[in-house]
Design a binder for this molecule. Structure first.
Ligand code: THU
Length: 157
């Protein structure tokens, strides 16, 4: 038997204002996406903005359904929209924001497992990692260089 320690890394910013102009603008886009969420059941609105390598920004928000599993998270809405409308153009960054009482103030706005799996597929498809940026309920920002830091041992790895 051997003990193996697996390290993940990410950067933490105390406030959005510490980010680059590009990142601040991407979070602004994610907030505009969040305003279009359809979340009458959870009352938890999520917005995602994907920056593509050609500068295009693709937005997604959570879209719920009275038959709960038929709804879709913001991250997958954005990544599927990017894959559908801009195939072959790589995702460079994905910014995620949310608003609602579902998460305590101390929580991390951590993407769900299914969204992580889709982020992994996008990465695999484009063969280059993309940055994942989370705006937490307490206002701090976490930046991951790629899905490998959010989903170690992804299926197929
Ligand atoms: N949600 C997202 O949009 N992204 C996530 O990563 C987790 C959860 C949505 C799904 C549902 O509409 C609401 O947030 C509450 O779970």
């Amino acid at each position: 038997m051997k003990q193996i320690n697996h390290t993940i890394s990410y950067r933490v910013f105390e406030h959005e204002a510490e980010l680059s102009e590009v990142d601040i603008s991407l979070f602004k886009s994610a907030k505009s996406a969040m305003a279009k969420a359809y979340a009458p059941y959870s009352k938890f609105s999520v917005g995602a903005a994907a920056l593509l390598e050609d500068g295009t920004v693709v937005l997604g928000s959570n879209q719920e359904n009275i038959a709960y599993p038929s709804g879709l998270c913001a991250e997958r809405t954005a990544l599927f929209a990017a894959g559908s409308n801009y195939p072959g153009i790589k995702v460079v960054k994905l910014a995620i924001v949310a608003n609602g009482d579902l998460l305590p103030k101390t929580a991390v706005l951590s993407p769900c497992g299914a969204c992580r799996q889709v982020m992994a597929e996008t990465t695999n498809r484009q063969q280059v990692p993309f940055e994942i940026m989370l705006l937490n309920p307490d206002g701090t920002v976490m930046v991951f260089d790629g899905i490998q830091d959010l989903l170690p041992f992804v299926f197929g790895s």
